[in-house]
Write a protein that binds this ligand. Structure first.
Ligand SMILES: [Zn+2]
Length: 116
């Protein structure tokens, strides 16, 4: 079953820069005041790579990891569900989902999954 995305980023109240994960101080204006913003809209692929040496708990031979930017400027890293890097390119739109990404002690751990 698919779940709602649980990506909450933090927008600087002073200058508007968006952080994910949280920083306790804005790197641009040094403000400590943030408001929460949820990831919304389409996810645009900014960068991606393939990882072969996986930590324990992954049931696959390799993973493709991508960094995406949502329409409201929230950036996040997730697993791209693709068989290879062919067909992926920076700037393409991916469909985000919140799904199990690995198992730890028999429990599913949820994370960002991206579908080309
Ligand atoms: Zn700021």
């Amino acid at each position: 079953m698919k779940r709602k995305l649980e990506i909450i980023a933090f927008r600087c109240k002073k200058c508007g820069r968006v952080y994910y994960p949280f920083h306790d101080r804005c790197l641009d204006c040094m403000s400590r005041k943030f408001e929460e913003v949820a990831a919304e809209g389409d996810a645009k692929l900014l960068a991606y790579t393939q990882i072969f040496n996986l930590p324990w708990g992954f049931d696959t031979r390799f993973l493709i990891i991508g960094i995406v930017q949502f329409e409201n400027r929230v950036k996040a890293m997730g697993q791209i569900r693709a068989d290879s890097l062919e067909g992926l390119k920076n700037g393409m739109k991916l469909m985000p989902a919140w799904e199990p990404v690995r198992q730890v002690a028999g429990e599913d751990v949820y994370g960002l999954v991206l579908y080309p």
